[in-house]
Design a binder for this molecule. Sequence first.
Ligand SMILES: [Fe+2]
Length: 220
Amino acid sequence: MIDIHSHILPSLDDGAQDWRDALELARAAEAEGIGTIIATPHHANGVYTNEARDVKSAVAAMNERLSEEGIALKVASGQEIRIHDDLLEAWTRGELLTLAGSRYVLIELPSSRIPRSTLDLLHELRMMNLSPIIAHPERNAEIASQHDRLAELVAAGAFGQVTTHSLLGGFGKRIQQTSWQLCRQGLIHIVSSDAHHVSKRGFLLGGELSRGQSTSRRKV
Ligand SMILES: [Fe+2]
């Protein structure tokens, strides 16, 4: 199993705060059957800046440490890139990363709205042969109230990534309902953990999600 969205690298953002947190997350990932995890530290969200070179060196250090600890997990590099005015220029400056060297990029919207420039940005990314994935659209207030807004982004070539915690009710009933509705509407293409901490916000990609699915779907 591959998890494409996580905050497993130590000391880069609000995920793992140190090596102990990072290794706990790594052991939990291994136990859930995750073989590869893409580290996607926050970038350009107004609080955290994690440019490509910094993420790559942190990933190299993490893989070395996993090998020393005998943990069967491979970490690949990525970023959770907040939409911002300088995004395309940042790409040309080499500050941004795709997911694990693919053509997919993980894009985060602000939680309250969809910026006006989003459709134009998606178009530009597609012209650059990049495939944008919208991180946890179920947590965007504009999409939650108008699902058609996500449909517009998908029609423009984006993919939708829902978070396990949302599906299982960890962010409340409304986000849980939205998550399952977006899935049923065919607007979600990827499920991932957005794991930050092993107990506060873990993976939930193993048994929890499959067990939670039947009960969650009955409730919503
Ligand atoms: Fe995230």
